[in-house]
Design a protein around this ligand. Structure first.
Ligand SMILES: [Zn+2]
Length: 98
């Protein structure tokens, strides 16, 4: 069992996930909103510059976590089991070190 991607806290996990999502979605994403469910699954949405929530980009689940009933059935009332909400904004500029 590798531990390369192990993250200690929830916010570390969000940042790690944001980076991963940005690599997979190279278009200009301003921000991401993460909804963490009771089962640790994370639904993530695009956030626009004006703060509006865009379409869902995907769902993240740790391999070690099992699917709960809500996730297995892809029920629409998953919002009822949200335990954490977090928005990560991504800076448009990056400082390049020389
Ligand atoms: Zn679940």
């Amino acid at each position: 069992m590798g531990s390369d991607n192990m993250v200690s806290t929830q916010s570390d996990k969000h940042l790690w996930l944001a980076e991963k999502i940005l690599n997979e979605h190279p278009q200009c994403i301003r921000g991401l909103k993460f909804f963490t469910l009771e089962c640790c699954r994370i639904y993530y949405y695009r956030v626009f510059r004006n703060g509006l929530i865009g379409p869902r980009l995907g769902i993240y689940r740790d391999r070690k976590d099992s699917l709960c009933e809500i996730c297995m059935r892809l029920r629409e009332d998953w919002e009822g089991s949200v335990v954490d909400e977090c928005v990560v904004y991504i800076s448009a500029f990056q400082i390049e070190e020389v």
